[in-house]
Design a protein around this ligand. Structure first.
Ligand code: NAD
Length: 480
């Protein structure tokens, strides 16, 4: 049994009320740990530690802050195997994925923002006629709140914490209660790296209690949130009267648009990955596949054949392609969409059933599922499923596919497969998404703005956008 504790003021602590929540291992459905069921009192203790640490941290030499963040990155890199094992056990994702992507990316987040802060420049404007100089300071906000989801636990947790710390803020952070383990392990690394106590505080617990307390705290002045759209709307309503700065990274229903003139084999292999990586539980997965009519039947055959080769298995097995879904309730939600497809007479081309993995019969496994839908209006094409389920349907014209791609409430990302440059330019200009990948998927560069339009969020993360979010600008005008 792993006992996870809060990390406050550089120390591991039990919740003040001594109440705990069970933590499940999705690969076998067993409880393997417990986490604090923290309340507003714990959040306030964390806030006070952060507030005390703020003057020293914010006034530290930028090189010194940068050095500590890069040290955290190095220590994480040295422990990739250990962290990957923990992440895989906590989340159900294949160990290979955690080792190759999640943990290295968490390390990159610290390295990237440790370097980025040393290059973060502000503007100045001289008005010679009026003999005045304007210059803009970018000052840290103070104590900020970071709240993250379960799908890419350490990857997204650190994507917020690293820029917040780099910019000179102190942080009260809450990982998802469903996947708290690697955030817990991060505390030790921060101490080892010499992060001063109180600069980062990690409070575990339920969104509706611990998360809500962070959002409601009158002196936590900015909230960076990644999670579901409904939660984001609730947070926005709570934070608005308190005039907090908000960054919201929310759900998606991303189109994957395939034209006949694309590099077919590359598209096919990447589309299997963009549909089912991390059991389809990535906000950027292409969950609606639109295929040009002339290659539709061929694509359908080839895609289904490749998907049927994916191995559903225990996350720690290195041959596993599809691990366990994160929780029993999430598995049931995803299965609900498959049931809905049957009721609405869509065609399940492959998958659709729960999988029993030998020796792990109570794990949350589901076959990768491809559903041919009748129209883009159905709930399967409009609502975020967030599991190993994709829909496919043909299109006949650029106009038609653009309309379908844009006619959802979400606007996070899109993928486009074509070798026609003019068409690429036209479609990229008109897609209502914050991110478009052309002839690739999830090729990330941490300098680029990241985030969604419409109900997929407000604001952008990544590069200097993140450093701007975590700072207040102050303009100074000097008459000389
Ligand atoms: P969720 O909204 O249920 O929870 C996210 C986090 O918010 C958790 O830590 C949770 O405890 C906390 N929370 C819940 N209620 C809260 C409240 N009232 N106040 C404060 N915090 C609260 O989301 P989830 O199920 O953990 O994650 C899946 C969702 O996240 C999907 O919709 C997915 O698309 C989205 N997501 C978006 C991005 C992106 O970058 N846009 C990335 C990953 C995941």
């Amino acid at each position: 049994m792993i006992i996870i504790q809060n990390y406050i003021n550089g120390q591991f602590q039990n919740p003040l009320n001594d109440e705990w929540l069970d933590n499940y291992n999705p690969s076998n459905g067993e409880v393997y740990g417990r986490i604090p069921n923290s309340t507003g009192e714990d959040v306030d203790v964390a806030f006070k530690a952060a507030r005390t640490a703020f003057p020293n941290w914010s006034e530290k030499n930028i090189e010194e802050r940068s050095r500590i963040l890069i040290k955290i990155s190095e220590l994480l890199e040295a422990k990739v195997a250990h962290f990957a094992e923990a992440e895989s056990k906590d989340n159900g994702k294949p160990i290979n994925l955690a080792k190759a992507v999640d943990i290295p990316r968490a390390a990159s987040n610290f390295r990237f923002f440790g370097n980025a802060i040393t290059q973060f420049a502000s503007e100045s404007h001289e008005n010679v006629g009026q003999q005045a100089l304007n210059y803009t300071l970018r000052q840290p906000i103070g104590v900020v709140g970071c709240i993250s989801p379960w799908n890419l636990p350490l990857y997204l947790f650190t994507w917020k914490i690293a820029p917040a710390l780099a910019a000179g803020n102190c942080v009260v952070a809450k990982p998802s209660e469903i996947t708290p383990l690697t955030a817990y392990l991060l505390g030790e690394i921060c101490n080892e790296a010499g992060l001063p106590k109180g600069v980062l505080n990690i409070v575990h617990g339920l969104g509706t209690i611990t998360g809500q307390a962070i959002v409601e705290h009158p002196n936590i002045k900015a909230i960076s949130f990644t999670g579901g759209t409904a939660t984001g709307a609730h947070i926005a309503r709570t934070a608005a009267p308190l005039f907090k700065k908000l960054s919201l990274e929310l759900g998606g229903k991303n189109p994957n648009i395939i034209f006949a003139d694309c590099d077919y084999e590359d598209m096919l292999t990447t589309t299997v990955r963009s549909s089912f990586a991390n059991q389809g539980q990535i906000c950027l997965c292409g969950s609606r596949i639109f295929v040009e009519n002339s290659i539709y039947e061929k694509f359908k055959r080839d895609f289904v054949a490749k998907v049927q080769q994916l191995i559903v298995g225990h996350p720690s097995n290195t041959s596993t392609n599809i691990g366990a879904l994160v929780s029993k309730s999430h598995l049931e939600k995803v299965v609900g969409y498959i049931d809905q497809a049957k009721v609405e007479n869509h065609t399940i081309l492959c998958g659709g059933k729960k999988v029993t993995v030998k020796n792990y019969e109570n794990g949350y496994y589901l076959e990768p599922t491809v559903i041919e839908v009748k129209s883009n209006e159905c709930s399967l094409n409009q609502e975020e499923i967030f599991g190993p389920v994709v829909t496919i349907m043909p299109f006949h014209s650029e106009k038609e596919v653009l309309e379908m791609a844009n006619s959802v409430k979400y606007g996070l990302s899109a993928t486009l497969w074509t070798n026609n440059l003019k068409r690429t330019m036209r479609i990229c200009n008109q897609l209502q998404t914050g991110i478009v990948w052309v002839n690739t998927w999830m090729l990330r560069d941490l300098r680029t703005p990241f985030g969604g339009m419409k109900d997929s969020g407000v604001g952008r993360e990544g590069g200097f956008e993140a450093l701007r979010f975590f700072t207040e600008s102050k303009n100074i005008c000097i008459k000389y």
